[in-house]
Write a protein that binds this ligand. Structure first.
Ligand SMILES: [Zn+2]
Length: 196
């Protein structure tokens, strides 16, 4: 995202971990996040993410079942996006504005761009840094954040974080961002509202 502000954007994917303490944490800290949800990973508890949505956070499309999109035929690619778009729109009351392909796979291919356009999301969003457990993986060789970077994190719990909780991981993420002098801004504020 192009900006000269010293901000980064935090995106959280999939939706496996549904830790109530994370809702409390975001309620207290008021840090904006963007959620890229996979329908079949969140459908057992859509309500959890409604609590995060109620804090002003937006829900975006991350397919039906986390398929690797370059490996599936075009019809399946389209249903992965369109069916998730329909379910998330129904649950969260507003159509997801953005789409992120699982693993970033298939991004910038004409087939995927066409499917995304037909299903409704306005843009495909990837990432620059990826949060692990204690620190981020950087694409930049100097391991420094740049203004407007999009950071990828996941709804993950102790099973995937070597015993750390979602809130511990997120606390470390915020510390890594702040110690580089950056603030977290809301991605959707910088993207702008779609034309009506
Ligand atoms: Zn994912």
């Amino acid at each position: 995202m192009k900006t000269s502000d010293k901000v980064v954007f935090v995106t959280i994917d999939d939706g496996a971990e549904k830790d109530p303490k994370f809702v409390e944490m975001l309620t207290d800290l008021k840090v904006p996040v963007s959620m890229f949800l996979t329908r079949d990973i969140v459908k057992d508890d859509y309500g959890y993410f409604k609590r995060l949505q109620a804090l002003g956070n937006h829900v975006h499309n991350h397919t039906v079942d986390h398929a690797q999109l370059s490996k599936v035929p075009p019809e399946k690619q389209k249903s992965e996006i369109c069916d998730a778009q329909a379910a998330l729109t129904q649950q969260y009351g507003t159509p997801p504005l953005l789409f992120r392909p699982p693993y970033g796979d298939g991004a910038n291919t004409p087939a995927l761009n066409t499917s995304v356009q037909q299903c409704g999301p306005r843009a495909v969003v990837l990432w620059r840094e990826s949060m692990q457990i204690h620190d981020m993986q950087y694409q930049a060789a100097d391991k420094k954040l740049r203004p407007g970077d999009i950071v990828l994190a996941h709804f993950r719990g102790p099973k995937d974080l070597k015993g750390e909780t979602m809130t511990q991981m997120f606390g470390e993420l915020l510390a890594r961002i702040q110690e580089q002098g950056f603030a977290v801004a809301r991605l959707e504020d910088y993207i702008g509202a779609p034309a009506a």
